[in-house]
Structures are given as C-alpha cells and as structure tokens.
Ligand binder design. Structure first.
Ligand code: ADP
Ligand code: MG
Length: 161
C-alpha cells in the first residue's frame, strides 16, 4: 500500500517526516530511497524534530551512523558508501533494532536483505520545479499496514488526491 505525497520545499519534507514520527513505535525501520539531494536527510531532520530531538541532524555519510535521543532513540544510517551488505551487519544492526528505538536508513533499499520484512519505505524523487519532490510512502509487512489509516490522516496536507 503506497501513499503518494508531494512537497514544494525542504521545510515541507521535514514536516512530512515529523508527521510520520508522530506514529513511530519502538523497533520501527524506515528505509529512505532516492538520489543524492532528493531529501532523505531532510526527512530524517523532520522526523527527529517530531520525536522532540533538538540536536542538529546531519548526514552520517562518512560516519555511517548517528544516534539521537528523543521520545524514542533514533539510529540514523547512511549506507551509500558500504561496499557490502555484510558491512551493515557489522555496524550492529541487530543491536540497533533491539534497542527500542527507530532505525532510519538512507539508501536502505541497498540492504533490504538484512533488514526486517516489516518496514516503511519512503522513496523520494525530484519534481518539475527545483524545490518539488514526490515521496512514495509504502508500507511493507504488517507493522505499518495497521497504521496506514493514521498515516494517511497525518499526511493529508501533502497526499495527492
Ligand atoms: P539526500 O539526503 O537525499 O542526499 P538532503 O536532504 O541532504 O538529500 O538534501 C536535499 C536538498 O534539496 C537540500 O539542499 C534541500 O534544501 C533541497 N530541497 C529543495 N526542495 C526540497 C524538498 N521539497 N524536499 C527536500 N529537500 C529539498
Ligand atoms: Mg543524505
């Protein structure tokens, strides 16, 4: 099941992230897909704000993972530079998932085989204008499927009709 969402500014994409965060539960996995500059990190920034994190959230491109403490802890990964799926496991993915927080993975579609089968995928693509983005928000498995009505309601301002 996929919700098609459109934003027209970086702030709107952050707002979408914050709205999704309002429905987050311990153990959630969110996969962020999309090209460089699509807005994956912007989504996580808003998501963090939605969980009450005031710290500045930056891309973990070189460090691979950042951890933030909010209503739930966030593990923010960027696996773009990983050569192999094995390296994602070496980062301690299993422990992160056990930690009662939320795991958000930029370029996570590259490591789907080692992620749980219950997840929310957010695929960002560029739109016509410089600041236009399309976000395809797709639930995979049961975990988010049960929250889709709430998700739709929370994202109403941006959902395509
Ligand atoms: P990624 O993590 O996917 O590489 P970033 O979030 O780091 O992307 O960067 C997105 C860039 O695009 C930022 O410079 C941001 O200001 C810009 N931008 C413009 N419009 C949008 C939008 N609607 N949503 C997200 N980012 C946008
Ligand atoms: Mg990024």
């Amino acid at each position: 099941m996929t919700l098609q969402v459109r934003t027209a500014s970086v702030e709107e994409t952050r707002d979408v992230g914050a709205a999704v965060a309002g429905l987050a539960r311990p153990g959630d996995v969110i996969v962020l897909a999309g090209d460089l500059g699509a807005g994956k990190t912007a989504f996580v920034q808003g998501f963090g704000r939605g969980l009450g994190i005031s710290e500045r959230i930056t891309s973990p491109t070189f460090t691979l993972v950042h951890v933030y403490e909010g209503r739930l802890p966030i593990h923010h990964l960027d696996v773009y530079r990983l050569d192999q799926v094995q390296e994602a496991l070496d980062l301690g993915l299993a422990e992160m998932l056990d930690d009662g927080g939320v795991v958000l993975v930029e370029w996570g579609d590259a490591i789907l085989p080692v992620l749980p089968h219950d997840l929310l995928e957010v695929r960002l693509t560029l739109g016509d204008g410089d600041d236009d983005r399309a976000l395809a928000v797709r639930s995979v498995g049961q975990s988010w499927a049960g929250r889709l009505d709430h998700l739709h309601a929370a994202l109403t301002p941006w959902v395509e009709t």
